[in-house]
Design a protein around this ligand. Structure first.
Ligand SMILES: C[S@@+](CC[C@H](N)C(=O)[O-])C[C@H]1O[C@@H](n2cnc3c(N)ncnc32)[C@H](O)[C@@H]1O
Length: 290
């Protein structure tokens, strides 16, 4: 992967220095801008929910909800929708309440419930659909820990409900690499610092590098297990889900290639598959039905 490409314009000079772009930046706002796309996810999830369940999903549980952006947009998408967001970080939940939920208006705010707690707690009401976005469940690094979480996830969805997670993988996922994406006035950097082949754990970071040369290093750090699709499927089945489906990104014809897509040559459209050609890197959605 290339280094930053001569974009940075140097630091401000003079006695009364202005704050750098990194000092002025808000890491949660940057995170939402660079790694989340809830509108597209919701559109896709409601489609597969309807295909499998023959009805509209109304109640959502967002595990590892962070700033609860997904929950907010879910409730904005239909006046009958409700969301329960669960996260361990009070600061992140507070940020989300102030910056996402309250600005969405009282009607939406009344339908989003945030809980500062562990996703492995069994105390929450059953919902139509539970989501665990952006690989968050990879914090559970052993089969035992992941099984415990998936069992709770199974109990948390109704018998005609659905549980969806995202997973990334491929040869590149187990390499020490840095990937960059350019935005208007900063660069998003995904760093895979370490990978341990003995237990398949990885240490990754998100950094933001600004056009004035300042940086937010390790804005977010993840200590994850690199799970495989086959492992997740087996553990979901063991947790009590009866059907597990894998959705893979369709490859696009060269002439309509979409630069916004996650994977090179990807169309942004996900289809249910059982066998695919191997890829350097991939991102899938895995849907488990009770
Ligand atoms: C990768 S962020 C996910 C943010 C957001 N949901 C998204 O889609 O990008 C991971 C979040 O999981 C939370 N978290 C980690 N372990 C947790 C646990 N056992 N129970 C609840 N939240 C947890 C962290 O506080 C953090 O906000």
């Amino acid at each position: 992967m290339g280094k930053h490409k001569g974009k940075h314009k140097g630091k401000h000079k003079g006695k009364h220095k202005r704050k750098t772009m990194a000092q002025r930046a808000d890491r949660h706002a940057l995170y939402q801008q660079t790694v989340q796309a809830p509108e597209a996810d919701i559109e896709f999830f409601e489609k597969i929910f309807e295909q499998h369940r023959g009805r509209k999903a109304l109640s959502l549980r967002e595990d590892f909800c962070g700033t609860a952006l997904f929950s907010t947009i879910w409730c904005q998408s239909d006046k009958n929708r409700t969301a329960l967001g669960i996260d361990l970080s009070k600061d992140t939940l507070d940020w989300g309440r102030e910056r996402n939920i309250e600005p969405a208006g009282v009607d939406v705010a009344n339908r989003v419930r945030l809980v500062c707690g562990d996703v492995r707690s069994n105390e929450y009401e059953q919902v139509d659909m539970t989501v665990a976005m952006n690989f968050s469940y990879c914090v559970f690094q052993t089969r035992k820990a992941l099984l415990e979480y998936f069992k709770v996830a199974r109990k948390g969805v109704k018998d005609d409900g659905m549980f969806v997670v995202e997973l990334y993988g491929g040869m590149e996922a187990i390499q020490e690499v840095e990937d960059e994406r350019e935005y208007d006035d900063f660069t998003y950097v995904w760093e895979q610092e370490k990978y341990n082949p003995i237990d398949h754990t990885t240490l990754c970071h998100i950094h933001y590098v600004f056009d004035d040369g300042s940086e937010l290093r390790k804005a977010f750090t993840y200590d994850w297990r690199v799970w495989t699709i086959a492992e997740l499927r087996e553990i979901m089945e063991e947790a009590g889900f009866s059907r597990v489906r894998v959705y893979w990104e369709e490859v696009e014809d060269e002439e309509d290639s979409d630069e916004d897509s996650d994977t090179l040559g990807g169309s942004g459209e996900y289809v249910e598959v059982e066998e695919v050609e191997n890829q350097e890197s991939w991102l899938v959605y895995i849907a488990a039905f009770a």
